[in-house]
Design a protein around this ligand. Structure first.
Ligand code: MLT
Length: 272
């Protein structure tokens, strides 16, 4: 069976995904700064699952029904404060360094961020949706190699309405690891672009990411500047993170993706 490898760079592209048949496609969503890096860190430190939701109100209503669920997320990059959330400050922001085992171990988290959660939801109809980051890149690549999905679509979450440099670098790094598997198939120019950009920048990823729009924004914030170096570390966590059909992000076990690929199932939008 021929394989395809494609990268989507900007939010405008994932907004059009409702028109695509993704039932035979595995999506990998990258929000390197910071949503997918943060979710991977949360799982690596023992969170039981993360429910990505688009709106603050959705997170609050989950908390009302399930008081044990932690609320996490950002607006304008910083933790959601009480004035945006009906008087209730969120427990955590979107900095991966906040998600320590002490704070989130054994807990479920409802999380809302600007772009990352939107991108995950846009991919929901796919056969499988994985979360990509530098922090779990090797494990994700190995998993995809084992499962060998025919169609692989790497989705860059972007920043507001624009492409984000660090997401394209993350997607390019995954393209590079998987190149031997996919280069004999139909490789979209977008995958070539992402891979070449990664090869150009790989010697000093931190410098490259620091100069991105998101990187500059975080570096200028005293409490968040270290997030940039944190999120550019390679292979800190040997885990594969997946958005399940029930809308929950959790650690993936090898068999479930292969079971989903080729099955014409539909994933419901992340639910409570
Ligand atoms: C997002 O989802 O847009 C980002 O993760 C924003 C951020 O860095 O907090």
């Amino acid at each position: 069976m021929p394989t395809t490898l494609e990268v989507q760079f900007a939010p405008a592209e994932y907004a059009l995904m409702t028109g695509r048949d993704l039932r035979q496609t595995v999506c990998v969503v990258f929000d390197v700064l910071r949503a997918t890096s943060t979710m991977v860190t949360a799982l690596g430190h023992g969170a039981t699952g993360i429910l990505p939701v688009a709106e603050i109100a959705e997170a609050l209503s989950i908390r009302q029904r399930r008081p044990e669920v932690l609320l996490a997320g950002e607006r304008d990059g910083v933790r959601i404060e009480a004035n945006l959330a009906g008087g209730r400050e969120f427990d955590l922001g979107n900095s991966p360094r906040e998600f320590t085992a002490e704070r989130i171990g054994g807990r479920a988290i409802a999380m809302t961020t600007t772009n990352g959660t939107r991108a995950l939801r846009a991919c929901a109809p796919a056969a499988a949706v994985l979360l990509g980051s530098f922090l779990n890149l090797g494990a994700t690549a190995e998993f995809i190699e084992q499962q060998a999905p025919p169609n692989l679509l790497l989705v860059c979450s972007g920043t507001l309405d624009q492409a984000a440099y660090e997401d394209v670098l993350g997607a390019g790094a995954l393209c590079d690891l998987l190149w031997p598997k996919y280069c004999g198939g139909m490789v979209a120019d977008s995958a070539q672009i992402a891979r070449r950009l990664f090869l150009l920048e790989q010697k000093d990823l931190l410098a490259a990411v620091s100069q991105s729009r998101n990187g500059r924004r975080l570096m200028a914030h005293p409490d968040l500047s270290e997030d940039v170096s944190f999120c550019t570390q390679r292979d800190v966590f040997r885990l594969v993170a997946e958005l399940g059909k029930d809308g929950l992000v959790r650690i993936r076990t090898p068999d479930a993706v292969s079971a989903q690929v080729g099955v014409a199932g539909s994933r419901t939008a992340p639910a409570e």
